[in-house]
Design a protein. Structure first.
Lengths: 291, 317
């Protein structure tokens, strides 16, 4: 009997040692967003010239002011994807699943299938290194994750250029992100810290909430094939507004009574203290192009 | 039998001495490589990027890096294939892309002997050589041996078509873009880089419109896979491996900057006024530099000068 008792103790010790991994919270399932936060930005979409709340560089502002929405009609722009840092901010639902080693049950990766643009993202949990700097970039980037208690923290590099806000505010391929996935019952909080040395003067922090779906629903597909939308336009043309010549300049600020300087965004405008300055700024006048 | 045994001993000693001698000469460390697609790999760190196509027929190399790195390039190619180098293609004449021509050609061989063939547009030969009696900028053994004059040339090697397209007046006047049709990889040379603004070498026939024509050609050749990602991959002259979406952003950038400076030229602004207006402000943190070979000011000057005295014309399609 002593031998059996000893074996039981060893088994119990082994199970106890294995406990932390199995005790981690599971994020597996299908998640749908709640849009109570930043709704105007996420569902109808931002208005041209609305850069509020973004710690933009001057270069980012010029790029956004130059952006002509007609650029989206170019063949090569039509099927572009909301990249990793942006995609959870837009309309979406996603499915999280785990990939485990069959023999050891160690977690190799968490897979995230996103219905918007049919994106497949892998968060590697096995400690592998990020690719070298000369490797290709992808829409969702290359992600590695680790558990900080019950919080999944994800670091992503190798992200393609797309945008910070879908009114022409760009991000660059030098972007990196740190994300935190935090589950509270059937609610999943997602927090992202987005660093971009080209277009953000300070990290941009956003958050969203998702609800676990008990029944699968919705459309999980997003086929896209480009077409020629404007037949007589030279293929080499790139729609853009010359500096200071956007016909929409000032429209957003005037329509909502937001001081022009505040509408331009910038790191200063993202801090609570800016509210005091905001009260001292003049109300916008009707833009000339609106006449 | 003794003769045979002695011969074996002598051979063994000679072999051992040979090995020892080789061991005393430090072997060049291979450079980093990246498998881009199909039969095509990229060598990183030799100067300009190098593309290597490998297969049963031998090795085809696009560009050869700086001369100083040739031992490392040869060591790297040796890690990718044991077959001889049969073909070299130069995308243009600059020494960071042709510096290893002589050594790589001599290290390789045509199937009927002699150094590997070097393909390039005729203007590359013109830039690397000199009229009879004059000193050429590069040794004759480094010159292209198989030049082409019309718009394109093609060969079939290692089971795939290799298309070579001339881009007149782009980065230089002799640029070639190489397309491995089965591997689905485009080698852009310096018509496309990810690290800096384009270097428009006006002194050697480059122009901003030719540069845009080249970028639009690459967009024509590339076909993205799912949702504008992957599919045809592009090896730039410098920087990371890209796909169509990456080339698109670069093409858009050069076009938008061209449009802005074109407007300023029409309004009669001087070069200093154009520079003061910062027409590249939105891209400077990515591609700009005040130092080094390709500077922001140099890019603006090249575009300005070119638009004041236009060289290239848009390709009609």
């Amino acid at each position: 009997m002593k031998g059996t008792a000893c074996g039981t103790a060893v088994l119990a010790a082994a199970l106890a040692l294995a406990a932390p991994a199995s005790a981690q919270v599971s994020l597996v399932g299908e998640w749908s967003p709640r849009y109570h936060e930043d709704q105007p930005d996420r569902i109808p979409g931002p208005e041209l010239g609305d850069y509020t709340g973004l710690p933009l560089t001057d270069g980012a502002r010029l790029a956004a002011d130059s952006w002509d929405a007609s650029r989206l009609t170019l063949r090569e722009h039509q099927c572009k994807v909301h990249n990793g840092p942006y995609i959870l901010h837009g309309p979406i639902q996603f499915r999280l699943s785990e990939e485990r080693d069959l023999r050891t049950q160690q977690l190799i990766a968490i897979h995230e299938y996103l219905n918007t643009y049919e994106q497949e993202r892998t968060i590697w949990m096995d400690g592998r290194a990020h690719p070298p700097e000369w490797a290709p970039h992808t829409w969702q980037g290359f992600s590695t994750g680790k558990w900080d208690g019950d919080i999944l923290t994800v670091y992503t590099t190798h992200i393609k250029q797309e945008w910070v806000r879908r009114n022409g505010v760009p991000n660059s391929e030098k972007s990196t992100t740190v994300e935190h996935f935090i589950r509270h019952g059937n609610i999943l909080s997602h927090l992202i810290v987005w660093t971009d040395p080209v277009y953000l003067s300070e990290p941009l922090i956003r958050s969203e909430e998702f609800v676990l779906q008990e029944r699968t629903s919705g459309n999980w597909l997003w086929p896209c094939e480009y077409v020629d939308e404007i037949i007589d336009r030279p293929h080499s043309a790139v729609p853009n507004y010359l500096p200071g010549q956007s016909p929409f300049a000032g429209d957003f600020a005037y329509r909502y009574g937001v001081p022009v300087d505040a509408a331009k965004g910038g790191a200063e405008t993202t801090y609570p203290e800016y509210q005091m300055k905001l009260r001292t700024l003049p109300r916008p006048t009707k833009p000339a192009a609106a006449n | 039998m003794k003769v045979v045994r002695d011969a074996v001993v002598v051979l063994a000693i000679a072999s051992a001495l040979g090995l020892a001698a080789r061991a005393q000469t430090p072997a060049a460390a291979p450079l980093d490589t990246f498998h881009v697609g199909g039969n095509v790999h990229m060598i990183v760190g030799a100067g300009g990027n190098i593309a290597v196509q490998v297969g049963e027929e031998g090795v085809l190399v696009v560009d050869t890096g700086l001369a100083a790195n040739v031992d490392r390039v040869l060591a790297t190619i040796g890690t990718l294939s044991r077959q001889p180098i049969r073909w070299i293609i130069n995308t243009h004449f600059h020494p960071d892309h042709t510096g290893g021509n002589e050594a790589l050609a001599k290290a390789g061989s045509k199937t009927n002997g002699g150094p590997a063939e070097i393909i390039a547009h005729e203007r590359v030969l013109t830039r690397m050589s000199a009229p009879a009696g004059k000193q050429s900028p590069t040794p004759a053994a480094a010159w292209p041996t198989d030049t082409y004059v019309p718009e394109e040339k093609d060969i079939y090697f290692n089971g795939e078509a290799v298309m070579v397209y001339h881009e007149p007046m782009a980065h230089t006047d002799g640029d070639s873009i190489v397309f491995f049709r089965k591997s689905d990889v485009v080698v852009a040379g310096d018509t496309f880089v990810t690290t800096t603004y384009p270097f428009i070498d006006r002194a050697n026939g480059g122009s901003v419109q030719g540069e845009l024509n080249a970028l639009n050609r690459i967009l024509d050749l590339t076909v993205p896979a799912h949702e504008q990602e992957g599919g045809t991959f592009v090896i730039p002259g410098h920087g990371r491996v890209c796909d169509e979406a990456d080339v698109l952003e670069y093409r858009d950038m050069v076009t938008i900057v061209r449009d802005r400076i074109q407007d300023m030229v029409k309004r009669g602004l001087t070069l200093d006024q154009v520079k003061a207006a910062k027409p590249t402000l939105d891209y400077d943190r990515h591609y700009g530099s005040d130092t080094g070979f390709v500077t922001t000011a140099g890019f603006i000057e090249a575009v300005y000068d070119d638009l004041k005295n236009p060289q290239g014309k848009p390709r009609v399609r």
